[in-house]
Ligand binder design. Structure first.
Ligand SMILES: [Zn+2]
Length: 58
């Protein structure tokens, strides 16, 4: 079993899935809101949410 974490931003009042963009090969992917630019580590308005989805693919 593995867990995939999906990130959402609630800045519009409706959770919008945040898309991870690859910065470089050495840096981990960090999702960012395409509307307000919030990320899990930079969330000044506390609009970032996440959901852990269990995947039973073993
Ligand atoms: Zn946002």
């Amino acid at each position: 079993m593995s867990i995939v974490r999906k990130w959402y931003c609630n800045c519009t009042g409706t959770p919008v899935e945040m898309v991870a963009t690859e910065l470089s090969e050495d840096e981990p992917l960090e999702p960012a809101c395409q509307i307000c630019g919030a990320t899990p580590s930079s969330d000044p308005k506390k609009t970032v949410l996440y959901e852990d989805i269990e995947q039973w693919d073993d």
